[in-house]
Design a protein around this ligand. Structure first.
Ligand code: 6AU
Length: 361
């Protein structure tokens, strides 16, 4: 880690002013507002548990991380499904959604995995991450996909299909008709018999139309006070270092992540890493760090925390934020498996925020 990069001593509210990515600017402001640099890794196994946990722990966090593929009962409906419900909870409590998909493949494949398929991750996840072992072009491919998606969602395709006997005046300007039988009269002026007509119309409607206000039964009218809703931009975190024992990511790989981040500042928000990677004078990337656990309440705060026996290694928020310089700690089992997850989340939030204030000095 470079010694005392300026960002390590800058308050998040200041970094919000100079971050290049609109979502990073927003996230830094949100952190400042909620006094939170905590991400919950919501690794539960049913959609019901996921939504209940997000609702309960939402007040303490700024990011909620999902692994949608370990959730049974994930509802893929793009209008009413689990992604939409999660997005409503994110608006209510003020947090961003980070789908921990760890994309890695050729550019074309990741574009499709990101924007299409069953989960349509781009629709509901503000942030996702990528392992760039496949090469830096993959990041460009994902950036392009996100830019196209954003350009597209300014308009929504309105499709309607009607079947039946048409009446005069039914068709409006711009509509396509695959069978216009409106004037189907014979030479005697008698109307011919029309069995049916199918009309497919498609038009683009501005996305700010009230018709597109996303509503669902999950209290969507609630919006977290004190800050506007996040921008529609999507952001990527590069998986630059891992918390697991024996991780094979080399220094060269991590350095390639740093280069890729600098080349795609409009899409890459920062890193999932074990230490701060900002080193060039104008680097202001955000760092999120998993492998974080506190010793049980009452025990020495900076004491050793055992791994999980399956390769996961843990550090305390104080070490990760104050010493190693990360910005947001990612906590899964430390909170989920506690007797009372919301109050344990608050304990993590307080400790992680204190570590940040200590770092500022
Ligand atoms: O706190 P835990 O150990 O229960 O959960 C940690 C979470 C899991 C992992 O898939 C994820 O963080 N993770 C990641 C991420 C976020 O990409 C990288 C890593 O190096 N280690 C790690 O544990 O959901």
């Amino acid at each position: 880690m470079p010694d005392r990069h300026p960002t390590l001593l800058q308050p998040y509210s200041e970094r919000a002013k100079t971050a290049t990515h609109p979502l990073s600017r927003y996230l830094f402001r949100l952190m400042d507002l909620k006094a939170s640099n905590l991400c919950l890794s919501a690794d539960v196994i049913t959609a019901r548990e996921l939504l209940a946990l997000a609702d309960k722990v939402g007040p303490s966090i700024v990011v909620l991380k999902t692994h949608y593929d370990l959730i049974s009962g994930w509802d893929y409906n793009p209008q009413t499904g689990t992604g939409v419900k999660l997005a409503a909870l994110a608006r209510k409590h003020g947090f961003l959604i980070f789908e921990d998909r760890k994309f890695v493949d050729i550019g074309k494949t990741v574009q499709m995995q990101y924007t299409a398929g069953t989960a349509r991750i781009i629709e509901w996840a503000h942030i996702t991450n990528a392992n760039i072992d496949a090469g830096k072009d993959m990041v460009r491919a994902m950036a392009e996909a996100a830019a196209n998606w954003k350009a597209r969602i300014h308009y929504e395709v309105k499709t309607s299909v009607s079947v039946g006997t048409p009446v005069a005046g039914q068709f409006e300007d711009g509509e396509e008709q695959n069978n216009n039988a409106l004037d189907d009269r014979d030479s005697d002026g008698r109307k011919g018999s029309i069995v049916s007509i199918t009309t497919v119309t498609q038009s683009f409607e501005p996305a700010d139309s009230p018709r597109l206000a996303k509503t669902n039964e999950h209290g969507d009218e609630l919006v977290f006070p004190g800050i506007e809703e996040p921008p529609m931009d999507r952001g990527l975190l590069l998986l630059a270092q891992m918390s697991s024992k024996g991780c094979l990511m080399t220094k060269d790989y991590t350095q390639a992540c740093v280069e890729a981040a600098r080349e795609h500042k409009d899409f890459v928000m920062g890193y999932v890493a074990q230490e701060a990677l900002n080193s060039a004078p104008d680097d202001n990337f955000i760092h999120m760090t998993p492998g974080c656990k506190l010793p049980p309440p009452g025990e020495e705060e900076n004491g050793h925390v055992e791994g999980d026996g399956l390769g996961q290694q843990y550090n305390t928020p104080a070490k990760l934020i104050n010493i190693l310089g990360t910005d947001i700690v990612i906590v899964g089992r430390g909170i989920i498996q506690a007797a009372d997850p919301p109050s344990e989340a608050e304990r993590y939030r307080r400790k992680a925020w204190k570590a940040y204030l200590t770092r500022l000095g």
